[in-house]
Design a binder for this molecule. Structure first.
Ligand code: AMP
Length: 177
């Protein structure tokens, strides 16, 4: 278990930026954390410690900041890294899941031959806000016969209740706001 002081140290490298990308949103900027090797390393260690009990066979990282954490964790845990991308970015045949946004809808895609049936995957992203992106990513794994071992985030915005959209799946977060 990470100590309170470790969490405190990591939190001090996450900057709250008011009114970005639109008025009323407090954006949690992780770039100061990435710019400090000690803090980034501590974040990866804490995420790795949360992931280990879930015994994932692979990691599924969500575009784009999820790639940063997913890549470091995949190497740290010696696990395969699969990518969830926005539409039109992956070159081979894809599977997709659409999901609702506040206004309109969006879509996540994976290469159709990436998920191994019955294998356990951990979904990785920097922030869970409303949970829509992570829930669509989890659905995309399950639709292809994979099992969602857990969904892990550096930051969870508790007040948005995103984990409710992931009901029935384990959810782990290092920092809570
Ligand atoms: P969600 O509402 O959970 O589907 O969030 C979608 C994506 O938006 C996540 O991958 C986050 O990286 C990003 N995001 C949403 N809200 C914030 C926020 N307040 N600060 C930083 N990133 C955010």
């Amino acid at each position: 278990m990470p100590s309170a002081s470790q969490s405190l140290q990591i939190a001090s490298f996450v900057r709250g930026v008011p009114d970005f990308p639109k008025p009323g949103i407090l954006f949690r900027d992780i770039t100061p954390l990435l710019a400090n090797a000690e803090a980034f390393g501590a974040a990866i260690e804490q995420l790795a410690a949360l992931l280990v009990p879930h015994q994932a066979d692979g990691l599924v990282a969500i575009e784009s900041r999820g790639f940063i954490f997913g890549a470091a964790l995949a190497q740290r845990l010696r696990l395969p890294l699969l990518l969830v991308r926005k539409p039109g970015k992956l070159p081979r045949r894809t599977e997709s899941v659409a999901y609702q946004l506040e206004y309109g809808s969006d879509c996540v895609e994976m290469h159709a031959d990436d998920v191994v049936g019955g294998a356990r995957y951990a979904v990785i992203d920097d922030v869970i806000a409303t949970g829509g992106t992570a829930a669509a990513s989890a659905e995309l794994i399950e639709k292809q016969g994979g099992v969602v071992a857990c969904c892990a985030f550096l930051i969870e915005l508790d007040f948005l209740g995103g984990r409710r959209k992931l009901a029935g799946r384990a959810v782990e977060s290092v920092l809570h706001y």
